[in-house]
Design a binder for this molecule. Structure first.
Ligand code: G3H
Ligand code: 13P
Ligand code: ZN
Length: 318
């Protein structure tokens, strides 16, 4: 089976009230851990690659590794560019999208969320026109994902969230295939302050769902920051106090609504790091990368299985 787009996956996920896991990949062990988990669970999968991942591993290595995973698992896998164009000027952003479309990705995100609505629409439409011409689907973003703890007051906090009044125009004018929205999630392992009650704006998600029935919504910054791994890191020489993520029941609720794609990166990093740190505590004399990367890959696989079964509800849906 060749790489697929997310179109069919999202349609089934929307109707079935579950979500597809979109996991960030950077190397072979990460790709193997995720895809082995998905194979055992019979789950559809999105593997996503950031600009940083392309810089670290090179486009062609990631492409070949993902193709190997498709061959090995026989699963429907969508290969997606995560946060395309972020931090770039608009021509450079378009060129990054073009390079991934031409380079075999089946899905790309154009992240124009830092631009004005008008500029975001123009940039997104330019990318959509190019990608659709080559059979590639496009995700875009409206709203800003900086953590809600960064907001100084309520009106600033509200300004970061996606404005439901803008979504119909944005989707209609760009022709985009899915939309990432800001409802209180944020990237990384420190999403809420200690003592702060985690809160997502489900009212905004509900309003958007009402305006765009059947349209797939994407949730970035959706790691739950599994406490077991945070503790293991801190007990084995690490120092990440106060790492807090999105409670799993909130992710389950989002998946039962219009959210069809849930992005997870930080949890993968935490699982691998916890395993490697513990390994070196227990075996200070070992130095063969295979012997500490194998359990790290197994830890990551266990984490992904848990996500597919207990959080996303995607097990058995391939
Ligand atoms: O949203 C960002 C992802 O976690 C990718 O992170 O840019 O460090 O690869 P990265
Ligand atoms: P986390 O940092 O919560 O894993 O989010 C990852 C993400 O949104 C990638 O685009
Ligand atoms: Zn993201």
């Amino acid at each position: 089976m060749p790489l697929v787009t997310s179109t069919e996956m999202f349609k089934k996920a929307y109707e079935g009230k579950y979500a597809i896991g979109a996991f960030n990949v950077n190397n072979m062990e990460i790709i193997q851990g995720i895809t082995e988990a998905a194979k055992e669970e019979g789950a559809p999968l999105i593997l996503q690659v950031s600009a940083g991942a392309r810089k670290y591993a090179k486009h062609t290595y990631l492409m070949k590794l993902v193709e190997a995973a498709v061959e090995d698992t026989g699963l429907p896998i969508c290969l997606h560019l995560d946060h395309g164009g972020a931090g770039l000027d608009r021509d450079a952003a378009f060129n990054e999208i073009k390079s991934c479309v031409d380079g075999g990705f089946t899905s790309v995100m154009i992240d124009g969320s830092h631009y004005s609505l008008k500029e975001n629409i123009e940039l997104t439409k330019r990318c959509v026109d190019y990608a659709h011409g080559k059979g590639v689907v496009v995700e875009a973003e409206l709203g800003k994902l900086s953590g809600i703890e960064d907001a100084v007051n309520v009106s600033e906090e509200d300004a970061q969230f996606t404005n439901p009044a803008e979504v119909e125009e944005f989707v209609g004018r760009t022709g985009v295939d899915s939309l990432a929205i800001a409802i209180g999630t944020s990237h990384g392992a420190f999403k809420f302050k200690p003592g702060q009650k985690p809160r997502l704006r489900f009212d905004i998600l509900e309003a958007i769902q009402g305006l765009l029935p059947g349209f797939p919504i994407v949730l970035h910054g959706a790691s739950s920051v599994v406490q077991e791994y945070v503790d293991m890191i801190n007990e084995n020489g690490g120092r990440i106090p106060d790492a807090i993520g999105i409670p799993e029941e909130m992710l389950r609720k989002a998946a039962s609504m219009a959210v069809c794609k849930i992005n997870i990166d930080s949890d993968l990093r935490l699982a691998m790091t916890a395993s490697i740190r513990k390994y070196f505590t227990d075996h200070p004399d070992h130095f063969d990368p295979r012997v500490y990367l194998a359990p790290a890959r197994t830890a990551l696989k266990g984490l992904v299985k848990h996500k597919l079964v207990s959080v996303l509800g995607a097990s058995g849906k391939a």
